[in-house]
Design a protein around this ligand. Structure first.
Ligand code: SF4
Length: 577
């Protein structure tokens, strides 16, 4: 192993990359960072090192990659990578996480945190390579302007197929505020995107087209007590496999939740103007599965995005000739680029999905922007062909395309539309907050901006239309989810952890030799949220930012004619613990 400054690559270290002089500093992990990972560590580093008022695309912002605390052991669904920085979309804290193979390979190199800082000395884009040799920068001239589906195979043929890659598409290169960072799945397809909040634009500002991670020569992170880890792993996997939702997600993918959203009248339809869509049956998870099985070929109804995942909620959606259109096709995209646009044809939605994936953009914010554009008359609801043309405008970098590419809020401002479904600058995902009010509380108060992964409440046994109790419900789920995001656990791993919560304690203690208690998930989640709120406070956020758009508090949503009426005191008390 290489030795740099007496520190050995492969040990748990902070890798600090300065893009100005293309240098690497390896640092020991500060004590206050050691018990954090993933989302919580992103927040800690932002508070410690990034001025809240800095320009997101400027030299004071940093781009962070932090594997979660459990990453590195192919524990089912627990090898996610968190990406962070100050968001160009929200102006606040941002953590976006993704599955695939980036987290695992970074953990094998011992990377506790990769901190990319400063601005490049000259224009251009580079490939940043990470390996047991340290780092190197290589010109990415031949990749400039290339979509991720063209760029990734070139990188794989150049650097070998054992690598992991995190890369941006043309959307990031254009520094669009909805640009994310794509990661290879286990089949080496760049399809697992850290989508939200514009971190792809931050990566472009740092002059990086792709990060290539080659963990050959690296090693699995050490386990202090391998036997205890194995035992806890077995118990967790058993609990996960026995949970009824695991089978549902394996069969229908995330689209399984669509029927539930429809049942609650919470399916975003035609720019969030209704909660039921008459064309739902042809975009349902059940229909998608039938189509995939019938068409055969490349299609797969169930697929794992990372090695070792036993849920396998991902899929591969093929056309009538059996050729893959996109992988995966997920509920959020079906909601935002389907029902929200009045489109009921899965093939059309899949094509839209492929385009935004290739551009490296967030399908939620782009879908919401197209919904706003449709209300403004730039396309007819239901016209998938026109939606594709509008996405082509983004690819061409036209003024209209750039407006759409900056997301729903910018699109609404430019086109003079009040009905913009967004909080803190970030578009809502596919759950109407007037009909699932706990999720409305999450959208309003999450430091991340409107985001279902911060605290989706749809499965709770509660009257979703009653404002009572929604803030407390949202608080519980926001804490737990911030904890999962800090462990590197996919939220669906929560099916197992919620049944066997002691396994989190046992896995962490066996991995690190700590002595954490049963409430470690909540301790971690609260710390992440406290730090995120502190960063947002420094960035200038107040309670006034913790609100849904005003029109949602006065315009009734069919079919229940619900408004969002959770009291403001409840919203302001969500984080009082
Ligand atoms: S459950 Fe789905 S998103 Fe989560 S790790 Fe598995 S395949 Fe990836």
């Amino acid at each position: 192993m290489d030795e740099i400054s007496g520190i050995t690559i492969g040990d748990s270290l902070v890798w600090r990359v300065d893009v100005r002089d293309q240098s690497l500093e390896l640092e020991r992990v500060p004590e206050s960072w050691q018990r954090l990972g993933g989302r919580a560590l992103v927040a800690r580093i932002l508070v410690d090192e990034v001025p809240g008022t800095c320009e997101p695309l400027g030299g004071n912002n940093k781009l962070l990659f932090t594997p979660g605390l459990l990453v590195g052991h192919m524990l089912s669904s627990c090898d996610r990578i968190s990406v962070g920085g100050k968001s160009p979309l929200t102006g606040g804290v941002k953590e976006a996480n993704a599955g695939g193979t980036t987290g695992l390979q970074m953990a094998y190199l011992g990377i506790k945190a990769l901190i990319i800082e400063n601005l490049p000395a000259k224009q251009g884009l580079w490939v940043l390579r990470l390996g047991m040799h340290g780092i190197s920068f290589e010109p990415a001239d031949d990749l400039i302007g290339k979509g991720v589906f063209e760029a990734a195979p070139k990188l794989l043929s150049r650097y070998g197929d054992k690598i992991a890659i995190a890369l941006i598409g043309p959307g990031g290169e254009m520094r669009l505020s909805t640009a994310g960072i794509q990661n290879l799945d286990k089949e080496r397809l760049p399809s697992r995107i850290a989508a939200r909040g514009g971190l792809g634009a931050v990566m472009a500002a740092k002059g990086i087209k792709a990060i290539v991670i080659d963990a050959q020569g690296g090693r699995k992170p050490p386990l202090v007590n391998p036997e205890a880890f194995k035992k806890a792993q077995k118990e967790f996997t058993k609990a996960l496999l026995e949970h009824p939702q695991t089978a549902v997600y394996r069969d229908y993918g995330t689209a399984a939740v669509g029927r539930m959203a429809l049942g609650f009248g919470a399916l975003p339809t035609r720019n969030f103007s209704e909660g039921k869509f008459e064309g739902f049956e042809t975009v349902s998870g059940e229909h998608m599965r039938d189509v995939i099985l019938e068409r055969k070929g490349d299609g797969e109804p169930t697929h794992a995005c990372m090695p070792g995942c036993s849920i396998r909620c991902s899929n591969n959606y093929a056309d009538s000739d059996g050729r893959s259109i996109v992988s995966p096709l997920e509920y959020e995209t079906i909601g935002l680029m389907g029902t929200n646009l009045g489109i009921s044809d899965l093939d059309e939605i899949a094509k839209l999905n492929w385009e935004v994936n290739d551009l490296g953009l967030d399908s939620i914010d782009i879908g919401a922007a197209l919904g706003v554009a449709a209300e403004a008359g730039l396309m007819k609801f239901g016209d998938g062909k026109r939606a594709l043309e509008l996405i082509q405008e983004i690819r061409d970098g036209t003024p209209l395309g750039r407006i759409l590419g900056h997301g729903a809020v910018v699109t609404g401002k430019v086109l003079g539309i009040e009905h913009v479904p967004a909080v803190k600058g970030q578009a809502m995902s596919a759950y109407e907050p007037r009909a699932i009010k706990g999720t409305g509380v999450t959208y309003a108060t999450s430091p991340q901006g409107a985001d279902h992964t911060s605290g989706l409440t749809i499965r709770a046994k509660i009257d979703h239309l009653d404002p009572t109790g929604q803030a407390a419900l949202s608080r519980t789920i926001q804490i737990n989810n911030a904890g999962y995001d800090s462990l590197g656990a996919c939220l669906f791993a929560g099916f197992g952890f919620s049944t066997a919560p002691h396994t989190i304690r046992d896995l962490i203690n066996a991995r690190y030799g700590w002595d954490v208690e049963l409430d470690f998930l909540q301790v971690l989640g609260k710390e992440a949220l406290n730090l995120e709120r502190e960063f947002n406070r420094r960035a200038g956020f107040t309670h006034a930012d913790d609100r849904l758009p005003e029109w949602m508090t006065r315009e009734p949503l069919p079919p229940h004619n619900a408004i969002f009426d959770v009291p403001e005191e409840d919203l302001d008390g969500v984080f009082d613990w």
